[in-house]
Design a protein around this ligand. Structure first.
Ligand code: PEP
Ligand code: MN
Length: 268
């Protein structure tokens, strides 16, 4: 049946129980309620100098948050797994240098202290959306969290993952649609933009979209970015690099920094 959310299971995430939109303030940046926050950066951090160059482009284009993976959940154990805590230190230093905030993924409780020390926003990746112990541990911190949707997760499952974080006392959750797995294989995932207005209707939490992982093909990142904002997203997280051909991972979906600027110009 449609609209069959069991209200008792969603104590914290629904508008029913809190009718003011959640606004997250970090430094002088405000996230939520149509703020059109744009996050940009590479899938994986390579080194200080390359991230430094990308960050300067993100900043001059109007982006306010730098992304870059340090702990990479790669499908193959033979692929580069990221710089680890050194990557956190690099993104911390580079983002500060450019007056940006930073976000990077946390994959394990083991690295949570370092993540809280070096990052402004903790990303929970699609593969960890239902890592409940990690969600509970992050819930005990007050750190803002970018909670990606599991690639096979329903709206209910996703909101319940957010409940895990809020239930432990951390209200600073951003929901991020990043595409789900469907029968369609031409694109990497199917970007479920329908969920954006639905979430904005049901929940008070900010909703972001990741069109990069959503489509997996760089040439469609711009139209889907614009579409995401048009249907109500409060922000975007986009993979961008100076030269996507040399990027470490997800190069096929990574847009160059000129296209990133074009997207910012058309949205901001
Ligand atoms: C990423 O942002 O690079 C990433 C791995 O995201 P997701 O968890 O959505 O695949
Ligand atoms: Mn990626």
């Amino acid at each position: 049946m449609y609209h069959s959310l069991n209200k008792n299971k969603f104590k914290h995430t629904l508008k029913l129980n809190k009718n003011t939109d959640t606004i997250i303030n970090i430094g002088d940046i405000t996230i939520g309620y149509n703020t059109k926050t744009i996050i940009g950066g590479p899938c994986t951090i390579k080194d200080f100098d390359s991230l430094d160059l990308i960050a300067s482009k993100v900043k001059s284009s109007g982006g306010t948050i730098l992304r870059g993976g340090a702990f990479k959940p790669r499908t193959s154990p033979h692929d580069f797994q990221g710089l680890g805590v050194d990557g956190y230190k690099i993104i911390n230093a580079v983002s500060k240098k450019h007056g940006l905030l930073c976000v990077s993924e946390v994959t394990s409780i083991t690295n949570l202290d370092d993540a809280c020390k070096y990052l402004d926003i903790l990303q929970i990746g699609t593969r960890n959306m239902q890592n409940f112990e990690l969600l509970k541990a992050i819930g005990k911190t007050k750190k803002p969290v970018l909670l990606k949707r599991g690639f096979s997760s329903t709206l209910e499952e996703w909101l319940l993952s957010a409940e895990y974080i809020l239930n432990k006392g951390n209200p600073n959750v951003i929901l991020c649609e990043r595409g789900i797995r469907t029968f369609e294989t031409f694109t990497r995932n199917t970007l479920d933009l329908t969920i954006v207005p639905i979430l904005k209707n049901l929940s008070h939490l900010p909703v972001f979209v990741d069109p990069s992982h959503g489509v997996g093909l760089s040439e469609y990142v711009m139209p889907m970015s614009i579409a995401s904002i048009a249907c109500g997203a409060d922000g975007l997280i986009i993979e961008t690099d100076i030269d996507p051909k040399t990027t470490i991972s997800d190069g096929r979906q990574t847009i160059n920094t000129n296209t990133f600027k074009e997207i910012c110009n058309s949205i901001l």
